[in-house]
Design a binder for this molecule. Structure first.
Ligand code: 4AD
Ligand code: MG
Length: 431
């Protein structure tokens, strides 16, 4: 008898195995009972034949209900009809816990509000498992890529004293006799790290008090933020495109079954190879005008504009040199054209919109002070940040990739809420 995971079953043809899991489907017909067992690594059909088992085992099997937890002992045998090519002929069955009432999530359609309320159970559904397995691969690929490129993991604080991405989306919290903000981005701290290590990245939860309910916004999301000393905008864009194409290739390689279950068009993902198209903000305006969207120079792109641009290209597109007026205080302006900043965003294709924001940072002390003032930010809380420009300042750049938007795009989801185990939305923090 071998203790096995469902995904290992093909290696145990004709052997006796013991599997632990939950009932995902159940039906009986006369002398035969069929149930599907899932254990998080896969699903397998189990068959109980009246003539093969003791009477009480057969009676217990008959009464199984959805999500009953149990241990099954049986023989692995070939079954051409099943996806895995095998099924389990059960000879023993030990119920661990049988739900006393019907499992709330059935095969029938449920509304989104109901599902979100039952997120702790919804997570068990095949589609949700597939999405979160892709997320796990994305996270692993992120670390693998950056570690191989010589970036050092550099954890930045969640309680912060300074604003990073504008005052309108700050979560403020009591901090003893003072107040603190939940971090919007680890970037400013990563800049300190880059001056110590050369190349660093932070990877953790970030918070935005987004007062909009859109398919692209969470209030708590995960961001990975590489930052490198002696980097300019161009070097930044090269890392960003290699990074994203690596992540996508890893998911195609490791999660093909999950992508198929999600009915993702994998050939679209296979197009995500370097180099990515690169356009300026001005070029993007031309594209928008060509699609009858009027936008005046100086305005940032909103959801609608992003969707149009990102449908225009088959690969992710890098857009650089936005008007300085619509970007954050820390961006360096282009010395050849001071009205634009040396920033770059990456928009995912198929209408998914921005997945990366980043650029080259202002490295001159006086200029940065003026920018802090112009953005009406409190200079005192940036004293430490300004110090980085007083002690060996160098050109440097970095970017932030949003994990959930990346997963939503790679999985081809309509809404970002399914890409994180427990989504935090403007109107939801339960469960
Ligand atoms: O463009 P953003 O605001 O850039 C920064 O925070 C920079 N400080 C990053 C850096 O240069 N180190 O955010 C970066 C990415 C976005 O492109 C998007 O993918 C994601 O973070 N993001 C969100 N994802 C989900 N919900 C939200 N409310 C998000 N806001 C940003
Ligand atoms: Mg942005």
């Amino acid at each position: 008898m071998y203790d096995v995971l469902i995904r290992q079953i093909p290696d145990y043809d004709s052997e006796k195995v013991r599997i632990k899991g939950w009932v995902a489907h159940h039906r009986s017909s006369g002398k035969l009972i069929f149930f599907e067992l899932r254990d998080g690594t896969g699903n397998i059909q189990c068959v109980v034949y009246k003539g093969d088992v003791e009477k009480d085992i057969f009676e217990n099997s008959k009464k199984l209900t959805l999500e009953t937890s149990l241990i099954v002992e049986g023989a692995v045998r070939r079954d051409e009809r099943s996806k895995m090519g095998y099924e389990i002929a059960v000879f023993k069955l030990h119920i661990i816990q049988k739900p006393e009432e019907d499992y709330p999530i059935s095969i029938k359609e449920h509304g989104v509000a109901f599902l979100l309320e039952h997120r702790h159970l919804w997570l068990r559904s095949p589609r949700q498992v597939a999405i979160l397995r892709v997320r796990s691969t994305v996270v692993k690929a992120i670390r693998e890529f950056l570690d191989n490129e010589g970036f050092i993991l550099f954890d930045t604080p969640i309680f912060t004293s300074s604003v990073c991405e504008g005052t309108t989306t700050l979560f403020e919290t009591d901090y003893f006799d003072d107040k603190a903000y939940l971090t919007q981005s680890g970037q400013l701290y990563c800049e300190a790290g880059a001056m110590a290590f050369g190349k660093v990245y932070s990877f953790g939860p970030t918070f935005r008090a987004e007062k909009s309910k859109t398919r692209r916004h969470l209030t708590e999301f995960w961001m990975v933020e590489p930052e490198a000393a002696f980097f300019n905008l161009n070097m930044n864009m090269i890392v960003a495109e290699n990074f994203v194409s690596f992540i996508v290739a890893e998911v195609i390689d490791k999660n093909r079954d999950d992508l198929e279950l999600l009915k993702r068009n994998i050939s679209n993902l296979e197009k995500v190879t370097v180099p990515f198209p690169r356009i300026t903000y001005d070029d993007a305006i031309d594209i928008l005008n060509g699609k009858n969207i009027t936008i005046s120079w100086g305005e940032d792109f909103g959801g609608e504009e992003e969707t149009v641009i990102s449908n225009y290209f088959e690969k992710p597109v890098l857009i650089h040199r936005y008007p300085a007026s619509c970007k954050a205080f820390y961006m360096k302006n282009d010395p050849e054209r001071p009205e634009v900043s040396l920033n770059c965003d990456m928009l995912a294709p198929e209408g998914y919109g921005e997945i990366i924001g980043g650029g080259q940072r202002e490295d001159d002390y006086e200029t940065l002070r003026e920018k802090i003032k112009a953005h009406k930010l409190d200079e005192k809380s940036f004293k430490w940040y300004l110090d980085l420009r007083r002690f060996g300042s160098v050109p440097h750049a970095g970017f932030g990739l949003g994990i959930e938007r990346t997963v939503a795009w790679i999985c081809g989801l309509k809404h970002i809420r399914e890409t994180i185990p427990f989504p935090r939305l403007m109107d939801r923090i339960m469960p």
